[in-house]
Write a protein that binds this ligand. Structure first.
Ligand SMILES: [Zn+2]
Length: 137
């Protein structure tokens, strides 16, 4: 029997994030007081404590901050993906996001590599952000 990958369970703080992802749109929060961008979604700015934060569209570009290659699937749902890359992406806006690097041989991933966002559509049409090598030129 095929097992499906887990689907995010949005909270009040993350609902807008996941809703945007399902429309192929990556967003982060930006503080109107101090200008700091943040991820994961919170109801206050992690930098200055202000609750005056807004959602802004991310360029969807970043670099690989750190990564590892997963060889043993955590559940049957991921057995077709191994080996796959679990990475921390540093977005152009500043925040870091845990994700996967796809469309690329795991052996070709390197720290500092330019990547851009894409979305893996899971059950209920929920889009989960993944990153792929940035197009050149
Ligand atoms: Zn702030």
């Amino acid at each position: 029997m095929t097992q499906e990958k887990p689907v995010p369970a949005p909270t009040n703080d993350s609902r807008a994030f996941w809703s945007n992802c399902s429309h192929n749109n990556l967003v982060v929060q930006r503080c109107r007081e101090c200008g700091t961008a943040q991820y994961y979604p919170r109801n206050v700015c992690a930098s200055c404590g202000s609750s005056d934060i807004q959602w802004v569209e991310s360029a969807g570009k970043g670099t690989v901050y750190s990564y590892t290659v997963v060889h043993r699937a955590p559940s049957a749902a991921f057995s077709k993906d191994v080996p796959y890359v679990l990475a921390i992406i540093e977005l152009a806006e500043g925040p870091r996001m845990m994700s996967n690097i796809v469309d690329c041989d795991p052996g070709e991933v390197s720290i500092g590599m330019d990547v851009e966002v894409g979305f893996e559509i899971r059950a209920d049409n929920v889009g989960v952000p993944v990153f792929k090598p940035a197009r050149r030129g």
